[in-house]
Ligand binder design. Sequence first.
Ligand code: PMV
Length: 340
Amino acid sequence: MSNNLTKENIVQLVLNNKPLKPVLNTAQAYAPANIALAKYWGKRNENLNLPFTSSLSLSLGNYGANTAVKEHTGQDRYVLNDVEQDKNTEFSQRLAAYLDLFRPHSDFHFLIETTSTVPIAAGVASSAAGFAALCLALNDFFGWHLSKEQLSILTRLGSGSAARSLWPGFVQWHAGIAEDGMDSYAEKLDYHWPELRMGLLLLSTEKKHTSSREAMQRTVRTSPFYNRWPQQVAHAVVNLRKAIQNQDFNCLGRTAEENALAMHATMLTAHPTICYWLPETLATMQKIWQLRESGISVYFTQDAGSNLKLLFLADQILMLSQLFPELIIIDPFCTPCSLK
Ligand code: PMV
């Protein structure tokens, strides 16, 4: 297979002659947001969002996206949290480019209505949940009956981390080695950990200066530390799987925190440097390290932004909500969770 494969080629491979003909008037689906504990950082194929390494995430239970798909006459309409989106926004343009992959013909138009249940400005990329909910809804709308693994491949074409948003709980995205990426999809890890919590700590609402796409690209191309990353993340995935299996919280937290710091080390050493840390970010990290020294088991992870996500167990909820009054606490294994 050649390296010039397009997203259209991959859609054809996955759909395998299944028709782009709606079988429902409207289809609706929910998908949770997810936070990686071992990060996806760097693409071996930028066009197909194929990663260099596997990654492992925790889905955010009832925090995600509800998306409805309908046919619409005239032109596409996108509604996000009850607000009609202008065609020129980044949101609309990304969505339109993605929907073009599934448009039955050029006169076919979609109405996409999405409601995000992620708290507004919580610093959690809701696009992963959005693309995953959209794919689940398209699967019903067109009556494809694709497996979750096949849907994960389609979802990845929207945004890499979205490949992991089709399941609740722990999810591993296998990097794969095939040039067409047909072996690069996510899979649910069948473990339940009811005491585990994730806390969202919003430290700044400013729009980030560098997109994750741009930051990944620059890091891969220029950071002398990037060649150490595949080994770091491979170890992290092994350790996280052990920690999850044994419900070893300190191993889980330590591994996730070290992996996030290693990812940021590759960015800091990129040229020009990429630094998502604000003074508040570092001050909060120091506060967490001090808390750990005093015997409190709390760890953090950080994505391509200045906010931190805390990891802790349910018995620390009271203490941590006093120490961080603004903390949004998420129960990833809540019942009932919107996605089974
Ligand atoms: O899926 P993207 O292109 O938004 O990239 C996500 C990158 C990180 O959030 C930093 C890591 C991850 O695995 O989610």
